[in-house]
Design a protein around this ligand. Structure first.
Ligand code: FHN
Length: 481
């Protein structure tokens, strides 16, 4: 347990030095406003929960090509579709059901505070009218500025707006490397620096033409042609264009794989990006966001039946918040612009839960306990107007009416209540030698996850020493002799 926190502490130190929180003093931002980070990340840290959207030409193929139906947003590569053939998808892209306000209403009612959409995925197709290329919405049946509609709708629903943008580009002639199977697509004359100028010109459009953008979510930074110098320059450019913007760590190439945090100091980016996974424990002083699909794929695949349950998604949201992170939950819309029914159902379920229990997620910090409980998690609101509030999230309702919380003491505790749709339900407690016991009703208010709200008045919760940590220290001391 202690070792786990030690690692987390080292990681956190690295991450802070590395600029994962964007504080790297070696970066001369010379942003016009001279804006430092104080306050820039506050809304994002409070938000905790956002919507990820993966949508583009690939959605038209619905995951199918030839005999296989296990493709998605990578289909141009996983099915080895020649560029000329893939580009034929552009003209027929006509999302007749696309309603950005409906998307934002659904996200808002799910309890989400921001939305991040793929402006350009690896296939290179642009969901906005770009002056830099013809491989954009201008060449589609509807010619709609899909991003412009979403930006307006997001602001109407008081959602922050983020642009996902892929550095890797399988369409642009100057992007290198080519895909290994593209043996007939010569790289002759390709100039990666010229591609970087194209990339910067498009990011400039995205940060200039749609009002203040809140997040840049870069991706596809892992190939050998992208380097930290490009990354730093791109970070600076985004901050100059939009001083308050928050930029993920995939702008640089410091990310340590799907674990998502920086592999060492000296990389830029304001938050780490674990993907399809949640860090083992809280990461002190590090801003991070787990991005995750509801099913198997990011982009729409009509054969994909591997949907996580609403309960699983609620538990993941709580787990992420209990470790001080944000949760970016993905929807892969259909080619006509409809959300998959299964996704809409889950967002509704999560929203119903957040309507009652959202205070235990928004604006909270990581659990003060070193690890998860067998029955659930905890989050802490240290600065509630009435003092510190500790939230206990109970996934597994106890068969007996007692719930044991190790190491917690009743010091400062003024009220304990079960959150619920009706008025809060006061509950009793007993202080024990090694923790506290709370007395719960037999019936649980919510089928998937319930929350005990502990009000510590003006105080912070006091925990007993961690016996496992003490045992480890003792054993190390014994080992020293
Ligand atoms: O290759 C992409 C993938 O298609 C998807 O966009 C995810 C979401 O973060 N990012 C990359 C894989 O790490």
């Amino acid at each position: 347990m202690q070792a786990h926190w030690l690692v987390a502490g080292l990681l956190a130190m690295t991450a802070c030095q590395s600029g994962v929180t964007g504080h790297d003093s070696s970066i001369d931002l010379n942003a016009p406003s001279g804006l430092k980070d104080e306050g820039r990340m506050d809304w994002w840290r409070d938000a905790r929960f956002g919507l990820f959207i993966h949508w583009g030409l690939y959605s038209r193929l619905e995951g199918e090509y030839g005999e296989r139906n296990d493709h998605a947003e990578w289909i141009r590569t996983t099915a080895q579709i020649p560029l000329e053939e893939y580009s034929q998808l552009q003209a027929g892209f006509d999302p007749v059901h696309y309603d950005a306000e409906e998307w934002c209403r659904v996200a808002k009612e799910a309890g989400m505070k921001y939305v991040v959409i793929t402006t350009k995925h690896h296939d290179g197709f642009c969901l906005w009218p770009s002056a830099q290329t013809d491989f954009d919405v201008e060449g589609t049946a509807s010619r709609r500025d899909l991003l412009g509609e979403l930006a307006r709708a997001a602001r109407k629903y008081d959602l922050k707006i983020g642009w996902y943008h892929s550095i890797m580009d399988w369409h642009h002639p100057d992007y290198l490397p080519r895909r290994g199977w593209e043996v007939n697509r010569s790289a002759e004359g390709a100039d990666f620096d010229r591609y970087v100028e194209y990339l910067r010109a498009q990011v400039t459009e995205l940060l200039t033409d749609y009002g203040p953008i809140d997040i840049m979510w870069f991706d596809g930074e892992w190939e050998s042609t992208w380097n930290s110098e490009y990354g730093r320059d791109l970070y600076r450019m985004c901050r100059k264009l939009n001083p308050g913007i928050i930029i993920n760590n995939r702008v640089d190439n410091g990310r340590a794989g799907m674990a998502g945090l920086d592999k060492g100091p000296g990389y830029v980016g304001d938050f780490g990006t674990p993907e399809q996974e949640v860090p083992a424990g809280g990461l002190l002083g590090v801003d991070w966001e787990t991005c995750m699909t509801m099913n198997r794929y990011w982009g729409w695949n009509r054969a994909d039946t591997e949907w996580k349950s609403s309960a699983q998604l609620i538990h993941t949201l709580v787990d992420v918040a209990s470790k001080g992170g944000n949760f970016l939950l993905n929807v892969g819309p259909k080619p006509d612009g409809d959300f998959p029914e299964q996704a809409a159902e889950r967002l509704k379920d999560i929203g119903d839960w957040m309507e009652v229990f959202g205070a235990s997620i928004y604006g909270t910090e990581a659990s003060p306990f070193d690890a998860a409980f067998p029955w659930g998690r905890a989050t802490l609101q240290p600065n509630a107007k009435e003092g510190a509030i500790l939230y206990l999230h109970v996934f597994d309702w106890p068969r007996t009416p007692q719930l044991f919380v190790p190491r917690l003491t009743e010091s400062g505790l003024v009220r304990a209540e079960l959150m619920g749709a009706d008025s809060p339900y006061p509950i009793g407690w007993q202080n024990l030698e090694d923790g506290m016991q709370f007395f719960l009703p037999k019936l649980k208010p919510h089928p998937d996850a319930n929350v005990i709200r502990l009000d510590f008045g003006g105080a912070q919760p006091i925990l007993l020493p961690d016996p496992e940590a003490e045992a480890e220290v003792d054993s190390e001391e014994v080992g020293v002799d």
